[in-house]
Ligand binder design. Structure first.
Ligand code: SF4
Length: 306
């Protein structure tokens, strides 16, 4: 088939163009994205897309860039949804219900309504272009990103194609998102940090801040856990050191007692030996000398006991 491929940016075009070509289709790329703000960002994405399209020799047709029309058509819904979401978030905060996931933070149901109108506007323009250019079918790279509402994209593609009288060719290219990310990085393509509209700039920033906050909380929790386990390990180390010191002290006391007992034993032996010698001497005729020697030995034994 000869198709018109509506493209939102270069990175999201990488896989659809490869797959369509492999399937034997021919196609032109249509860049219709009045949602992108500011203009410099719109041009940067277009230039990235053009540079890539040149490498595969596919023409890029630029639609009208009409941010004022987007502001008239989509932004009022975005504003009222934003006000509703902020009010609900404030109520939730009052009740102490902090969001626990990015989805909850951004409230997908609110965004869904705004994004539907945004898809509608762009795909309507693309369907008109496909009809005017005599293409067999219209398809879109919007179905690459898992951050978009794929079911809504499909509904809006069908709707726009039907209204324009062209065939809708829907492909869910989300399974190729990771490969598109890898290749776009390898090709050093410009990769935009937000979807496109001014609301999405704030949402992307809120998402990043939320993720940073959650990472910080995880880090603090981990540090607290580590500190707790370090304290437990220190406590265990202290307990073992205390036990070791108590054992060493017990051993020291034991050695001291044994030393005293051995000294006592030696002194007793000496005293006994001297007493025997004195007695032997006394029997030989030195009575007073024998008594003194015995006293001397007794004193020595007592001194050893002290
Ligand atoms: S988030 Fe993206 S799809 Fe949704 S309204 Fe904004 S630019 Fe459009």
């Amino acid at each position: 088939m000869r198709m018109l491929l509506h493209a939102c940016c270069g990175p999201c075009s990488l896989e659809p163009t490869r797959i369509l070509a492999q399937e034997g289709h021919t196609f032109d790329i249509f860049y219709a994205n009045s949602n992108i703000a500011p203009r410099a960002e719109y041009e940067r994405r277009l230039n990235t897309l053009r540079a890539f399209a040149q490498t595969i020799d596919v023409p890029v047709i630029e639609g009208a860039y009409d941010p004022a029309a987007w502001e008239r058509t989509v932004a009022p819904v975005g504003e009222s949804l934003l006000a509703r979401r902020d009010a609900e978030a404030a109520r939730a905060r009052e009740l102490g219900h902090a969001p626990t996931s990015v989805g909850e933070l951004l409230d997908d149901e609110h965004r869904r309504e705004r994004c539907r109108l945004c898809y509608r506007m762009r795909l309507k323009e693309a369907a008109r272009q496909a009809k005017a250019g005599g293409y067999d079918a219209l398809t879109t790279t919007l179905a690459v990103s898992p951050y978009q509402f794929t079911d809504v994209i499909r509904e809006e593609l069908d709707r726009a194609a039907e209204q324009a009288g062209v065939r809708a060719y829907f492909e869910d290219w989300r399974p190729f998102y990771d490969e598109a990310t890898r290749r776009s990085r390898a090709l050093e393509m410009y990769r935009q940090p937000y979807c496109g509209c001014r609301f999405s700039i704030a949402e992307a920033e809120a998402t990043r801040a939320f993720i940073r906050e959650q990472q910080h909380e995880r880090k603090l929790r981990k540090q607290a856990e580590q500190a707790e386990s370090r304290a437990r390990a220190e406590e265990e180390r202290q307990r073992k050191a205390q036990k070791k010191r108590a054992y060493a002290e017990k051993q020291r006391r034991k050695r001291a007692v044994l030393k005293r007992l051995r000294a006592q034993e030696a002194a007793d032996k000496r005293a006994a030996a001297e007493a025997t010698d004195a007695q032997d001497g006394g029997t030989a005729g030195a009575g007073t000398g024998a008594v003194s020697a015995h006293e001397h030995a007794t004193r020595a034994a007592a001194a050893a006991r002290e």
